[in-house]
Design a protein around this ligand. Structure first.
Ligand SMILES: C[S@@+](CC[C@H](N)C(=O)[O-])C[C@H]1O[C@@H](n2cnc3c(N)ncnc32)[C@H](O)[C@@H]1O
Length: 301
């Protein structure tokens, strides 16, 4: 059986063309591509790439200035945070939530928009594999080009399950029998009509938005369109810990905000969402509420 796309680049001794992530004594990362006969230069001296070619991952190299660097392949979270960007990327912690709660499975038929820098596309392609289908839509040609380069550099070749279309999702989406739709864009509510036509019954819409006003409008618009079960909004936070002897405590700094996620399941055709048993809290839809269309917010694009 042949290996999944890109798997050969993720294991075994270092080869020419591999990405290498060096960690310096202060924990800083430096990423480069291995080329025979080249040197890696730092302000603390240099070393030849040839020293790493054929060496196992986890090797330590020393520069001419006798500084030790640990050499590993970058993991996908490292890769997406260091790759060239067009638009802001989905943070790995949110990509993990999307894969888990968006229930992205091997062989799934997935539609995604926008593509931005291609970070989420790469996570999605890894999860669906060659037997799946990812059709990604991006309105900006320059971002689509950056994303294509980032995805191909990660897998080492074009991914056979990926199709990339330049254009607005709402004007171009013709896919049918889609299992999952993932939206990372300014105005996901503009796409709900076409998305609801593309999704299979039981399929999942997952939207990632940056602000509370976008979150409110997305959730209320999903309710209003009527062919989805009750949407589930949430956010995730990661708190890293400092663990050293008796000093065991949360890190002083953390990433306070990235975005909000919403998932909703597509109902069968002709079915109405069952009425919610819990009534909205008093005033939730009071005189200050001006409907799903009455808000706007800053965004990630
Ligand atoms: C925040 S970025 C997406 C980042 C991407 N998920 C990643 O991880 O690299 C949002 C992108 O959506 C694109 N976009 C916004 N509205 C769109 C639409 N209706 N159809 C297609 N692309 C859209 C923007 O051009 C932008 O590149």
């Amino acid at each position: 059986m042949s290996e999944p796309t890109g798997a050969a680049r993720r294991r075994g001794p270092f080869k020419v063309g591999d990405q290498v992530q060096l960690t310096d004594p202060k924990g800083r990362h430096h990423t480069f591509t291995l080329e025979a006969g080249k040197n890696f230069h730092t302000h603390k001296g240099s070393f030849p790439h040839d020293e790493l070619i054929g060496a196992p991952e986890g090797s330590v190299v020393r520069t001419t200035g006798n500084v030790a660097y640990l050499a590993l392949r970058p993991l996908l979270p490292d890769y997406v945070l260091s790759m060239p960007r067009g638009a802001a990327v989905v943070y790995p912690k949110d990509a993990g939530q999307i894969l888990a709660f968006g229930d992205i499975f091997p062989g799934a038929r997935v539609v995604e928009a926008g593509v931005g820098s291609g970070a989420l596309s790469t996570f999605l392609l890894r999860a669906i594999g060659e037997q799946g289908m990812l059709h990604s839509y991006e309105r900006r040609e320059d971002f689509a080009e950056i994303a294509q380069q980032n995805v191909e550099r990660y897998f080492g070749s074009p991914h056979p399950a990926w199709q990339l279309t330049v254009g607005d999702l709402q004007d171009n989406l013709t896919d049918t029998d889609v299992d999952r739709v993932v939206l990372d864009m300014l105005a996901p509510w503009e796409c709900l009509d076409v998305v609801s036509k593309a999704l299979v019954p039981g399929g999942i819409l997952c939207a990632y938005v940056a602000t509370t006003t976008q979150l409110s409008r997305t959730v209320e618009s999903i309710r209003e369109i009527g062919c989805f079960a009750e949407p589930q909004p949430w956010e995730s936070m990661i708190r890293n810990w400092h663990v050293e002897g008796l000093a065991v405590r949360p890190d002083h700094r953390m990433i306070g905000h990235t975005g909000f996620l919403v998932t909703a399941r597509r109902l069968a055709d002709g079915v109405e969402a069952p009425a919610r048993r819990r009534r909205p809290s008093k005033g939730a839809y009071g005189e200050d509420y001006d409907g799903p269309g009455g808000r706007s917010g800053a965004s990630r694009d």
